[in-house]
Design a protein around this ligand. Structure first.
Ligand code: VAH
Length: 320
């Protein structure tokens, strides 16, 4: 029985649907700080939860009889950089509540890390699983600290903590939530909506990316893996592709030949992206628990363009 925090976020809104398909609607308790009418949430139990309230966290998990906690609630990079103290309190206070609940109730535990856990002096290409991690963004500091805290809870209390260093995640179901890699999500939406996009990330900025279905299956595959095989836990490098704005635009033009891309670089989000690797190495994830992906850039673009075209057509028919 699973408790998910941040269920209305970019990962959560897709993960809830998949977990309920596999484990049953009633087995998956969706929680978030705000209410929602989304069908993803309405298909099973939902509860308002402030993850920094450790008693409320414990009570929610206890009443749900949770044996697994998937903790997604956090502020992402750009929003965290504009409000670092709030980001620290939410990202680390929430994580501590989650880990204390997992310890008290002997739950298996997952929380995502990110390529943001690497800094400017980390090797940018084939970034190793074990390497220098000195990020200078608050989001990155909270991700490295989170990795260490999760390893501590495993080492000290035996909590079965596991994590993934996610690249930028692309999805069509939830709007972007204050990240830096969200430029790629915005580009797909605008390509279908208006045929043009002005990128706040500069041409030639390579970043790791992954389509959301691959991210969701990576979480489930990792959590179902035999813990004895894991030499690492918090957190595994995973990636599907290394792309820059022009490569995504070229892929989109296979469907929308006249798509226009121009640039208005946002110095804050560009400086965040400059800290991050160009292409990380996911060998340990493949070797230790069979990580694999189904979507490369063009296959992701095919699915994003068709799903967004359907969504916009449906929205227009509602208006007319
Ligand atoms: C962000 N989407 O942009 C998140 C992610 C690797 C980036 O952590 O903040």
């Amino acid at each position: 029985r699973i408790l998910v925090t941040g269920a209305l976020g970019q990962i959560g809104s897709d993960l809830i649907v998949k977990l309920r398909q596999i484990y049953g609607d009633e087995a998956v308790l969706a929680t978030d700080i705000r209410q929602s009418q989304s069908e993803a949430v309405q298909s099973g139990p939902f509860r308002l939860l402030d993850v920094t309230d450790s008693k409320a966290f414990y009570d929610a998990a206890k009443e749900h009889r949770a044996d697994t906690i998937i903790h997604l609630a956090a502020l992402l990079s750009a929003r965290a950089e504009s409000n670092p103290a709030l980001a620290w309190n939410l990202n680390m206070g929430g994580l501590l509540s989650a880990l204390e609940t997992a310890r008290a109730l002997s739950c298996q535990f997952f929380t995502p890390s990110s390529i943001a856990a690497f800094g400017a002096d980390t090797p940018k290409r084939a970034t190793p699983q074990d390497t220098l991690q000195r990020p200078l963004t608050m989001y990155g500091v909270s991700k490295v600290s989170g990795e260490l805290l999760c390893d501590y809870y495993h080492h000290k209390y035996g909590v079965d903590t596991r994590g993934l260093r996610f690249p930028g995640l692309i999805s069509h179901s939830a709007p972007p939530g204050g990240g830096t890699t969200d430029y790629a999500v915005d580009m797909y939406w605008e390509a279908v909506r208006s045929g043009s996009y002005t990128s706040y990330i500069a041409k030639g900025t390579y970043l790791d990316m992954m389509y959301m279905p691959d991210a969701i299956s990576a979480i489930i595959t990792l959590m179902e893996a035999d813990g004895c095989r894991l030499k690492h836990r918090n957190a595994f490098n995973v990636t599907a592709m290394s792309v820059e704005p022009e490569s995504i635009a070229a892929s989109i033009r296979r469907h929308i030949p006249d798509f226009k891309l121009d640039y208005q670089v946002d110095p804050v989000r560009q400086s965040i992206a400059n800290e991050w690797p160009d292409a990380i190495d996911a060998t340990c994830a493949r070797e230790e628990w069979g990580f694999d992906v189904q979507y490369d850039l063009n296959r992701m673009t095919d699915d994003m363009v068709s799903k967004l075209t359907e969504k916009l057509r449906a929205d227009q028919s509602k208006i007319s």
